[in-house]
Every structure is written in C-alpha cells, then in structure tokens.
Design a binder for this molecule. Structure first.
Ligand code: HEC
Length: 142
C-alpha cells in the first residue's frame, strides 16, 4: 500500500494535494475515453511507474520482485510468467489477456477484475494516469 500512495487518497495531506494538482493539470475540461488515449504520454507513465517499481521491474530479463517482471506484459496472458512463483491461483486461473482495456480495468480496481489477487496496490481512479502507465508498459516488448 505504502508504495502506491499517490494513487489512493491517503492520510497524507500532501498526497491529496498532489492528486488534486495532477487531476487539474491532466484533465482540463470534460475528457472522454478517446481523449485520454490520444493524450497518453509514456514519459508521464514512466514517472508514475516509479510507484509500481517497488514491486515490479519492466526491463527484459530483470529479476522478479514481490510482483512479476512486466516486460512484454501488454498483450500477454495474465498469470503466465512461468519463472515467477508468486501468483495467486486467482490470477493464474483468470484466463485474462492483458490488452490495454483489461489492464485499464485492473489498474482501476484490481480486486474487482481479479477477486482474490494479491496485488497490494491502491486503485488508480484517474483514467489519464492509467492510460499514461499502460502506454509506458507497451514500450517494453520483443
Ligand atoms: C505492493 C506491491 C505491488 C505494487 C506497488 C504493484 N504491484 Fe502489480 N502485482 C503485484 C503482485 C504481488 C502481483 C501478482 C498478483 C497475484 O498473483 O495475485 C502483481 C501483478 C501485476 C500484474 C499482472 C502480471 C501478470 O503476469 O499477469 C500487472 C499487469 C501489474 N501487477 C501491474 C502493476 C502496475 C502497473 C503497478 C503500478 C501502478 C503495480 N502493478 C503496482 C504487486 C504489486
């Protein structure tokens, strides 16, 4: 949880302030889903990924941490990294494929998409932040 504080409303007033500022900067006006993807920015995604990096690496061949290495994750079946031993049966048996839309729902509320999975990362309510992160993830593939 600690590592995901910028995404969840926390006791920390500074984080709340940061979320508000981020929301104001990234979402001027009424943003629909199409705009969110059209405006997605891998560079911002890289910065947000700092919060995922407590538990995940992204580079090819990097070691697993608490969570699995995420190289090639976009388009890849869920719970299917053979050399990572930490999956819950819930994720391993989910039969999901991590296309952008599924990743988007997972990052928004992972417990809803895969009940029983153990990713201790708060929800990311901001669709622009999710799109930025997924755009960054999509850069890492064969
Ligand atoms: C506190 C540790 C932690 C943080 C922070 C975290 N994750 Fe995870 N993540 C996990 C664990 C553990 C799993 C495996 C869950 C399971 O098997 O139930 C996982 C699984 C995943 C998966 C599925 C991988 C697969 O092979 O199917 C994706 C995608 C993912 N995380 C993305 C992210 C992103 C993006 C972030 C940052 C926004 C993030 N995670 C933050 C621990 C974390």
């Amino acid at each position: 949880m600690r590592s995901c504080t910028i995404f969840s409303v926390t006791r920390n007033a500074l984080s709340v302030f940061y979320i508000i500022i981020t929301a104001v900067c990234l979402l001027p006006g009424n943003v629909n889903a199409q705009d969110v993807w059209a405006n997605a920015d891998a560079n911002r995604g890289w910065q947000y990924f700092g919060n995922c990096a407590a538990c995940h690496t992204i580079g090819k061949g990097q070691r697993h941490k608490v969570g699995p290495n995420l190289f090639g994750i976009v388009g890849h079946p869920a719970g299917a990294r053979d050399d990572y031993a930490g999956y819950t049966p819930a994720l391993r048996n989910s039969e999901l494929v991590w296309d952008a839309a599924t990743l988007d729902r997972y990052l928004e509320n992972n417990k809803l998409v895969v009940p029983g999975n153990r990713m201790a990362c708060g929800r990311i309510p901001d669709p622009q932040i999710r799109a930025d992160i997924i755009t960054y993830l999509s850069l890492f593939h064969e």
